[in-house]
Design a binder for this molecule. Structure first.
Ligand SMILES: [Zn+2]
Length: 76
């Protein structure tokens, strides 16, 4: 018999279907799963963990859909 998905996972799937953030439940605009604030917070956390620097014009990589805030703490 197939195991029932967890309560948390079912809540996340419901939020995604309702066009809301799967983490905080806020309205989603640019990204598929998270709201802009959660997505930018994730990006900053990953950059600090891996030691990579933010995207810059004229350098490698795709520009972010939503640019980083001038002050990192502004959106968090
Ligand atoms: Zn969120």
């Amino acid at each position: 018999m197939k195991k029932k998905p967890s309560r948390q996972y079912r809540w996340q799937q419901k939020q995604i279907a309702l066009n809301r953030c799967a983490r905080c439940g806020a309205e989603r605009t640019h990204y598929a799963i998270l709201c802009d604030a959660c997505h930018i917070a994730d990006r900053i956390r990953q950059q600090e963990r891996s030691g990579s620097r933010p995207w810059q014009k004229g350098k490698r990589g795709r520009p972010p859909i939503v640019p980083l805030p001038e002050k990192k703490a502004a959106l968090l």
